[in-house]
Design a protein around this ligand. Structure first.
Ligand code: PHE
Length: 372
């Protein structure tokens, strides 16, 4: 009896050790379901592609990366529990996520408190990385993105009067709307109306009618794809012809499914374009298409970059502890990513160019690049 128990314990010990010795657990949390599902799913595909490639080449320090992905359903009520689970139960040495800035802001204090590095691939609100020295991002921030779209409205579209239609409970949308307004005014433009909706709204006609009465040259709608698609449709029904402008939150194939042809011709700023001639972008797009049989959106590209930057940082550590990994992520310089060259600055942000694209059915026609 005693010897069999010993044997069982010994076996459990060996299994436990084997697992710990040969694997590096990385946690990922994102919206795999719900109204932002394409964000989480695309990001996951990018991350998985990166880790599969790395594992196929032998992993990191002869260990395989084990990715644990949990669905937060795009809800702030779920985020805290899934992130805590990744850290305390799965013992992740680093975590990747979220896309939505509001959700990254819920998760970041948990990662920070537990001293586990977190890299958000795509949260652009400036507050996110201010939440602690363990919090990083590999994308640009909204003060830059807002400037890009104000400049595009003013210089390229020669707009003088802009309307703003913001998702008032969404940190990302509010932050971006504020920057756009400030920058557009600095450029000599006027904000003729600044009005609001909320996530999950389905009828936007009252606000759109008010917007129409102010005859703006452009309408800035820095929201997420589900509502933006509906807004485009209803704007068209009201014969509102001013172009809609937005930010990266538009980036989803669902934008077209929801907005149909009403979304065509409108513009948004994004992290990369599949029309790029940069060899790193071309290589990524080719590999992604081969694996998933679809064209990667910006989320997928940023997920891929975040995962590879994390892996490169892990490879440089002398010992794979969360704090060592943190220090190495902070040293990331001129990393050749699918979304461009990435250097993490003192504020743990990436300084990068943005592109403006025009929606043309499922295509995102490249219009211009703006560098910081
Ligand atoms: N930047 C958005 C945010 O911070 C998220 C997002 C990124 C959405 C990229 C789409 C594409 O909330």
């Amino acid at each position: 009896m005693k010897s069999s128990l010993t044997a069982v314990l010994a076996l459990a010990f060996v299994v436990g050790c084997t697992k710990n010795e040969n694997e590096i657990v990385v946690g990922e949390y994102g919206s795999l379901t719900g109204g932002m599902a394409t964000f989480g799913v695309s990001t996951h595909k990018g991350i998985q592609l990166a880790f599969d490639e790395i594992n196929d080449k032998g992993g990191i320090k002869s260990k395989k990366i084990k990715l644990i992905t949990l669905d937060d359903q795009g809800k702030d009520t779920e985020v805290a529990s899934v992130v805590t689970k990744l850290i305390t139960q799965h013992k992740a040495v680093a975590i990747l996520g979220e896309v939505a800035s509001g959700l990254s802001k819920v998760a970041a204090p948990i990662a920070q408190q537990n001293k586990v590095p977190m890299i958000t691939p795509s949260s652009t609100n400036p507050e996110v990385t201010k939440l602690g020295e363990y919090i990083f991002r590999v994308c640009f921030i909204d003060p830059f993105q807002g400037f890009v779209m104000a400049k595009f409205a003013s210089e390229n579209l020669k707009a003088k009067k802009a309307a703003i239609f913001r998702d008032v409970k969404n940190d990302y949308s509010v932050g971006l709307a504020d920057v756009f307004a400030a920058e557009f005014k600095k450029m000599g433009g006027e904000i003729v109306i600044d009005t609001a909706y909320q996530q999950n709204d389905i009828d936007f006609k009252a606000q759109l009618t008010q917007i129409k009465s102010k005859t703006p040259d452009v309408i800035f709608v820095p929201g997420y794809y589900t509502e933006v698609g509906l807004i485009a449709k209803q704007a068209k029904e009201l014969a509102l012809t001013a172009p809609l402008l937005g930010g990266d939150g538009w980036d989803s194939p669902k934008l077209n499914e929801i907005g149909k042809d009403a979304i065509n011709g409108n513009y948004f700023s994004n992290h990369y374009t599949t029309e790029s001639t940069d060899p790193a972008t071309i290589e990524f797009v080719t590999k992604f298409k081969a694996k998933y049989n679809e064209v990667p959106d910006g989320l997928a590209a940023l997920g891929y970059d975040a995962a590879r930057i994390l892996a490169a940082a892990m490879e440089r550590t002398t010992e794979l502890t969360p704090s060592n990994i943190r220090d190495e992520i902070a040293k990331t310089k001129e990393f050749i990513g699918a979304t461009g060259k990435i250097t993490i600055n003192e504020e743990r942000n990436a300084v990068k160019s943005a592109v403006v694209v025009q929606v043309e059915n499922e295509n995102r026609k490249y219009v211009t690049t703006v560098s910081p």
